[in-house]
Design a protein around this ligand. Sequence first.
Ligand code: PAP
Length: 338
Amino acid sequence: MPSSSPSKVSRLSISENSNETKYKEIISTLPKLDPPHPTYEINQYNGFWFHSSTLEATLSLSENFKAQPSDIYLCSSPKTGTTWLKALAFSIVTRDRFLDDDSSNPLLNKVPHNCVPTLEVDYYANPSFLDTDLPVLATHVPYACLPRSVLDSDCKIIYICREPKDTFVSWWHYDKKQQESFGIVESGKTLEQEFKWFHGGKSMYGPYWDHVLEYFKESVQRPERVFFLTYEDLKSDTLNYVKKLAEFMGKPFTEEEVNQGVVEKIVARCNIKSLSNLEVNKSGFFDLKQWKISNSSYFRKGEVGDWKNLLTEDMAKSIDKITEEKFHPVGLKFPSEK
Ligand code: PAP
């Protein structure tokens, strides 16, 4: 990418919220979570569970979003390393712009979610953000629910997944914090209920295992199109994976950059400690129109194996059983299982 900013691109072919009624009508006919979630209306579509407003956006984007051929999509289930991947991918594609003068790096005063848009979230919160000049966008939607224009294109996809128990535990803490910040203290939401939903496949954008499998299978069939990454691998060998990501994104580090320590600088900038110590990520808010989410809720421990501090042995065993049944036959194993 040249060091000057390319002009903005147009990816939304409709005015904001057009056809809203049509999508609302479809959603009204779909199965709903029972008992209902205390905070969100959750609907089942195409075998996956969605928040009603992100589903409405997903349906609209499927028909109305125009992917650009050079776009790269960062795809993930919630709580699997999205914020980290956004920071890294953003740093990789913008390194020419900000590396000489890091004081102007947007990551210093914006949460990574405000540097890289999330399709179905920003569609409502900030639709013009989808016209970003950067070729990097993100989404949590399952592979089959990606916008038609993405599915029909050769756009590259980077998928990050995480060991299911840690993913669940990360979600539990995040969601609890959200509910407290919305003032929903006596919500009746318990760890046992939330666990039942996750285990039964009724988590946000879940079943978690099916979400991973759709992208994993696509990465096996088309490795040049889908780069499949685990949070655990990224954690254990960050430097090497950042190099691999840059290559996949068509922005490999030159020998000169490697010798100058550019990769190390990116890794350090995106480290959870560096990001979470920034004022914007300590006290700022991510504005989602109807909700304000504290930026700090995207940064907690960032550790592998934190499930041990929350789950009972039985809970852990029952999640492991599904993981073995679903992932092992296709050869997908996390470092703790090898
Ligand atoms: P999102 O889906 O809401 O965007 P996501 O970023 O995918 O959330 O996941 C948040 C997890 O990533 C948190 O994990 P934990 O609850 O187990 O701690 C968060 O701490 C972790 N995380 C955020 N940023 C980083 C980072 N820079 N490096 C490593 N882990 C990170």
